[in-house]
Write a protein that binds this ligand. Sequence first.
Ligand code: ARG
Length: 565
Amino acid sequence: MKFKSLINDKLQEAFDKAGIKPDLITVNDASKPEFGDFQYNGIMAVAKKLGHNPRDTALLLADNIHGDMISKIEVAGLGFINIHIDNNWLSSRITDIFKSEDLAIEKDINQKTIVIDYSGPNMAKEMHVGHLRSTIIGDSLANLFEFLGHKVIRQNHIGDWGTQFGMLIAYLEEVHKNDSFDELKNLENFYKLAKKKFDDDLDFADRAREYVVKIQSGDKHCLELWRKFIDISLSHCDEVYEKLAIGLTKDDARAESFYNDLLPAIIKKLEHSGLLQISDGAKCVFLPNREAPLIVQKSDGGYLYASTDLAAIGYRNDVLKADRICYVVDARQSDHFAGVFWTAKESGICNNDARLEHIAFGTMMDKSGKPFKTRDGGTVKLIDLLDEAVIRAKDTIKDRANFSNDEVASLAKIIGIGAVKYSDLSINRESNYIFDWDKMLSFDGNTSLYMQYAYARIQSILKKFAGDISGSVELGSDIEHKLAIMLLSFEDILQKIAHDATPHTITSFLYDLATIFMRFYEQSPILRDDVPNNVKMSRIMLSTVVARTIKKGLEILGIEVVDRL
Ligand code: ARG
């Protein structure tokens, strides 16, 4: 239920009745319990505009706010309207949620086609931590949009084209011709060896450049080698996606090479739109307020990263019919995307009403604030990092709750991977992110373990009860009231997160919810013999809805829950 919109509607009705037209009506969460549940603090501005006294305006409005969802309206100070939500009304809504599927969250009637461009590893090397954030953030956005009822098209813009492939193929051809491609199992190493030869051996470097031309002109043999190479790299990625439990499949891959045939038409389109200029022999688009142009074709005819991205926008616009395209890519590429988006709109490659967004994120740092590297300064392979997460998770839980070895093994996967995802998603995505094993694998604070523990705790209550649940929710204490308000706000929060593409804010909501639940649980016995049956039922239903909300929130973040911890 869009709870906040309901309250905003009530306020809107009151404004209509009073004949006042404000610019925008939104209530805020009340900052203190004595202010009720929500507060409207826009009166001063409205009254000032109309030349009215704020307090009188507030009183006039307050008189016109009615409805069974509201128990009390107060005018505070010069013109704040405090709104108290009725406990009976709230109780019925939580009962409704308890009885419904998917937390009674409505699918968006305004369904959009949303393309999410995420992960985008480069095929010359193994996946490294540079692609971790995009993969995690992108996947949670995809889950969220899907849950809200949109049509989501995942697109993995894999970097499989470029001059480095000349070098790799030359190395494959000359040094490993008779191998069964086994050497490639360690891609990272293979890349290093090829690069060393490229740097040390001038003849080899020349031949590597010839291979680039051959691949680009469609030489069959070279393309076959290139394909084999890409297939091996892709299987590496799949291994990572599987470990990370990410919803990207081979079908979602639209690698850079996919757009090769579309590139000439893109250049034509830019020519027709009058945007192209030749500068130093290269075809360029000059952008407003920027000195460096967007180069779309080099003087030797070669295309660039930006040309491929323009072709991809064309494809997503014309073929996929996207209403919104989200690029979950490192913040350091923001100039690139600003240039590409402007050009796509200005040239008509993309419809005017389609929304192009760079969902930027900061760099992953180590605990000392330096970019995340291995001890010897190399890039950290993602697969190694994920394996380490599981090993560390095993250590964290092995002494708890008498788990068998099998249980520890399967729990460790869920907990380790969950921790890697949650800690990434728990900070504002645009900030740099400090990767800290101890913090992410802690039971305290805003961590996945804390959430998984809260969930498991509720499951153990439900398991102990194990009877039929009947009756309805009857909210008693203030803390139950507060819990109910939070539960009802979940849909509004998801909608806002979907609009702003800020999946990390789900974690703050979940953390507040779990913290308030723990407080409720401490002060409100549930299964004790002296608790009257109706109260017991009510508390069980409320706890169940909390558990389902935690589960759903984590599921959107791509994290599993566990029943025992
Ligand atoms: N492969 C690119 C990189 O590693 C990321 C691709 C992002 N997507 C895009 N459409 N440019 O930087």
